[in-house]
Design a protein around this ligand. Sequence first.
Ligand code: 5CA
Length: 445
Amino acid sequence: MRLTRYFLPVLKENPAEAQIVSHRYMLRAGMIKQQAAGIYSWLPLGFKVLKRIEQIVHEEQIRAGHIPLLMPTLQPADLWRESGRYDDYGQEMLRIKDRHDRDMLYGPTNEEMITDIFRSHVSSYKELPLTLYHIQWKFRDEVRPRFGVMRGREFLMKDGYNFDVDREAALHAYNRHMVSYLRTYERMGLTAIPMRAASGPIGGDNTHEFLVLASTGESEVFYDDAVTGLKLGNREVDYDDRAQVKAICDEFTTLYARTDETHDEALFDAVPEARRKVGRGIEVGQIFYFGTKYSESMGATVVTADGSRVPVEMGSHGIGVSRLLGAIIEASHDDKGIIWPEGVTPFHAGIVNLKQGDAATDAACEAIYAALKAKGLDPLYDDRDERAGAKFATMDLIGLPWRVTVGPRGLANGKVELTSRRTGISEEMTAETAVDRIAQIYEGV
Ligand code: 5CA
């Protein structure tokens, strides 16, 4: 993309309404625009990152054997009357009437609807295990929408639902989700710690939240510092291997890590004092095992191997897709702007032409632009007729991890400059080497 043909409405001033850095940078970098409290338009740069995050979520869910579908945002109230949640959900639910005076709602989550789909089509244990998920907009009329996309009213969530014949199989589904989530967050450059949590209106007593440590996080967390060093890395996971998947979950959940809702002082005191940490975290996901809570009230049953009919065992598993943009920025920025991890960056590299209109620099930039695209990469070429300082400031603000700077002086020696946004370190090299380096960096991402 050429910047002169793009839509990147960056702001020079700090928007007064933004209290935390991610919100500030998302507004300043022209990623989002607020349309009403907690409701945002996703401008091109924000939309691109959102799509990259969605793509990673899809890939890791499919790797774990989960199946994508798409349910609507609007739901009939009658489904929720069956589970009893229509009245329980309270003010957070946006209730709507259609022209026939029928009660509808904008879905805050989809347990009822997926249970309805299941009961319409599945009746035998032979069709299990089954995990269906979608990435869809949700609406929760939060009392205090704030911090931009962190606590929105309309927000994008990945929500998945497992259906299993018995408790053991359902616990394996829970564990499978935990491992797939760990990999998902790591690919986004995040350390998200699974913490024992409380289940709220979803139900059940087995639940973990995934928290990214950040001083601006809304949750208070208590943890053994050793938990922050755990990494899944590139290890091979066989998602059908119950023992392997459980062993990974045990590795990540044995050390003390809890949110304030389930915090236990006595257990916490058993952690060696030097490793006992109290901090704040951003909840980027939550997994639940709730057994037959919905299947029983809604009549979702399967016939088992011995011919008996039982309510299906279920759990639900959510990732805050739009919230993740905020969480990533909170975890990765400096005083000049965002620093995107390679896995989610909106463009793979920026190209800065220090002397727009100069035949040599223009030609070199065009060649680098074409070469990066030929390698399957997506570069952003700043071809504006602007001062170098302004171009650098924009690149720093929008946070592309790699920048190629092309100026007349370097070019005279056949060199351009490759700069890492994270370290700030620049290296001189030929344009070909810079292109190869960038391609190499993204090979493993
Ligand atoms: N049905 C279950 C799991 S699918 C569920 O709704 N879980 S949840 O309530 O924990 O939401 C899942 C994730 O969505 C949360 O972990 C959080 O990351 C994100 N989320 C929840 N509320 C908001 C909000 N108001 N704004 C942005 N993201 C949110």
